[in-house]
Ligand binder design. Structure first.
Ligand SMILES: *Cc1c(COP(=O)(O)O)cnc(C)c1O
Length: 497
């Protein structure tokens, strides 16, 4: 039996090109009240054309309905829970949007002179200070455009600092639970990746670490809590091991919504880290940006941060370019300003106690899901988890349904799937991060859906392995879909194979 929970709208949508009809327009202009000019005469015939070939011509209502209908095909955080682990797909308060759209902020131009940009500079300076406070670090740059860009900036800071000491060294250590961007960043920063195996509590093993840190190691790059949602209990001791050999600790701070207001990386030995403002600090993401990945450092790394740096010059703010040890520029201007505005609005609206409550609720929600689901799905380790939880599909796989089948069946229940097959150290990983913005009611709906799917698999896995049943297209060949996408679905056509 197929349970029809939240049926989708099932109109078949033609392409705009297909409904186009010559002469239709979606606008009306008043009659000219000035003499008409011949565009060819004014611009030169070579710069003028009568029409754009195959340009769709539709009426206003056709354009509106087309795009509105397409928008209903999407899943969105405004529709329901978005449990993608690692991504922190939280709901973003509308007030942040209102603030980012204030005329003076939305229209500020990066080439405006500094004396006319004092408000914008003050916003950035206050955000830097707030992030220093939250992380326990000494200095912050807001320039990097996303998390991975922050990682690269942070590692280049490490490289610059070690070079200034005479030797940039060769390797960065990475636990096997790392996010995929970490080893990619290490390679881009000109270092070699050396993997460190986790112990059976899903944490970095100190004995292994002690053995592998040598004079070639520039640092350890660690996500904390890691991608299993497990806090690295021995992080302070790990930092001592690295520091004793002249190496540094880079922390991937994408999971800061499990620490805010509770623990500060600067207090447990981290030298440099990045934050994902578009995860922890409430900017919508998932549609391709923009994001922001500020980098926070301890005092000894501050001289190496990218130029320019914000500084106080008497009564006003200015950009300081005179920084001889800086690694240089990493980006045009000073960051994705709209994201910075949203982050400061969010931080100020929450306040210190509010940010702590965010962390507590993120952990509570993930723990609640873990407790509700652990009788039905296998947990690969027993360590306590914080803001996300990773199950394996072992029990269901034995009955013939894999983590990707369960994810597709979730779509029939009206939910976006969890993160599938990441982190790689868990076979058949199902990574779930509910975030703090979900109510118990929504969490229960989600848990009920997964439990129901687990029962379906016990009764008849075929219902799950053929899912989704309620979408326009069911299973696609994922490789062909990526390599040779067919972007049009004709009424009556068979789903792509
Ligand atoms: C999202 C994420 C990143 C990368 O951040 P982007 O902003 O997507 O570049 C890095 N590490 C972890 C743990 C993440 O969750």
């Amino acid at each position: 039996m197929i349970r029809k929970t939240r049926p989708h709208i099932t109109q078949n949508e033609a392409l705009l090109f297909e409904i186009s009809s010559p002469g239709k327009k979606a606008y009306q202009l008043p009659e000219l009240d000035v003499p008409a000019v011949d565009p060819s005469a004014a611009l030169g015939a070579g710069n003028v054309r009568d029409q754009i070939e195959d340009f769709p011509e539709v009426s206003e209502v056709e354009a509106i309905r087309h795009f509105t209908r397409l928008s209903t095909w999407n899943y969105a955080i405004d529709l329901g829970l978005y449990p993608l682990g690692s991504c922190t797909m939280k709901y973003n308060p509308r007030v942040n949007e209102a603030v980012a759209r204030l005329e003076g902020l939305a229209w500020a131009h990066p080439y405006q002179p500094e004396e006319l940009s004092q408000g914008a500079l003050e916003i950035m300076a206050r955000l830097e200070t707030a992030l220093e406070e939250i992380t326990g670090m000494d200095a912050v740059t807001l320039q990097p455009a996303a998390g991975a860009h922050g990682e690269l900036t942070g590692l280049l800071v490490v490289r610059a600092a070690l070079e200034a000491r005479g030797n940039p060294r060769k390797k960065i250590l990475i636990p096997d639970s790392a996010h995929g961007t970490n080893p990619a960043t290490v390679a881009m920063a000109g270092y070699k990746v050396e993997n460190v195996k986790s112990n059976d509590r899903a944490m970095v093993d100190l004995e292994t670490l002690e053995r592998v840190v040598d004079a070639d190691v520039a640092g350890l790059m660690v996500t904390n809590p890691n991608t299993l949602g497990v806090f690295e209990e021995n992080i302070a001791r790990a930092a001592q091991i690295l520091h004793a050999k002249g190496a540094m600790v880079y922390m991937d701070g994408a999971n800061m919504n499990a620490l805010m207001g509770i623990a500060r990386p600067g207090d447990f030995g981290v030298d440099v880290m990045h934050l994902n403002l578009h995860k922890t600090f409430s900017t919508p993401h998932g549609g391709g940006g923009p994001g922001s990945g500020p980098v926070a450092v301890k005092k000894h790394l501050e001289p190496f941060l990218p130029v320019p740096r914000l500084k106080r010059a008497g009564e006003r703010w200015a950009f300081d370019y005179d920084r001889p040890q800086s690694l240089g520029r990493v980006r045009a201007f000073y960051g994705n300003f709209g994201v910075l505005v949203r982050a400061l609005a969010y931080i100020l609206a929450c306040g210190g106690p509010g940010l702590k409550a965010v962390t507590m609720d993120a952990v509570l929600n993930a723990t609640y899901l873990r407790k509700r689901l652990e009788a039905y799905f296998d947990l690969p380790h027993s360590a306590p988890t914080l803001h996300e939880v990773v199950f394996s599909d072992d029990r269901q796989a034995k009955l013939g349904a894999r983590n990707s089948d369960i994810a597709k069946r979730l779509i029939d229940y009206g939910f976006h799937p969890y993160t599938v097959s990441f982190p790689l150290i868990v076979h058949g990983a199902m990574m779930i991060e509910p975030t703090e913005t979900e109510s118990k009611q929504e969490l229960d709906l989600f848990a009920d859906a997964l439990i129901s799917i687990a029962k379906e698999i016990e009764e008849d896995p075929k219902e799950v392995t053929a899912a989704p049943h309620l979408t326009r297209t069911s299973r696609v060949d994922e490789v062909t879909a990526a390599r040779k996408p067919v972007l049009r679905w004709r009424p009556g056509a068979a789903p792509a194979k």
